[in-house]
Design a protein around this ligand. Structure first.
Ligand code: CO
Length: 134
């Protein structure tokens, strides 16, 4: 079911500083910030040869990232995103196996304009998993 690792997401307290660090200190290709109001985040993608890093910063009053940063003030790894070929089929299989899908269970459009879902971290070794239809 799982395909490529699409990205690793890192919640950051200072988006500009984190983007500058990846660009200037680490010498990576850094995309422009992208606001995603329906997910409560602003994202910056770092393009690596084999995957991407997604820098996440809270956007708006109900951001899911705000609580994470309150617990992890210097930032931290927030989720892993794996690609799947058919997100509805993946969801149905996971639900049948007892895993919990966050929210309504209906895929939302993610940062790449493709459908995404999130899986409960308690069902996956304490790791929040995003699935993205490739
Ligand atoms: Co993500």
């Amino acid at each position: 079911m799982l395909g490529r690792l699409n990205h690793v997401a890192i919640a950051v307290p200072d988006l500009e500083a984190a983007a500058a660090q990846y660009r200037d200190t680490l010498g990576a290709r850094v995309d422009a910030p992208q606001a995603e109001p329906e997910h409560g985040v602003t994202v910056v993608f770092i393009e690596l040869p084999n995957t991407k890093i997604e820098l996440l910063h809270p956007l708006g009053p109900d951001s899911p990232i705000a609580g994470f940063l309150a617990k992890n003030p210097s930032g931290g790894i927030h989720h892993l995103c794996y690609e799947v070929a058919d997100i509805a089929a993946a969801r149905d299989k996971l639900l049948a196996s007892g895993a919990r899908v966050l929210g309504s269970g209906e895929p939302k459009i993610g940062a790449h304009g493709k459908p995404v879902l999130f899986l409960h971290p308690k069902d996956f070794n304490g790791c929040l998993i995003e699935l993205e239809q490739a």
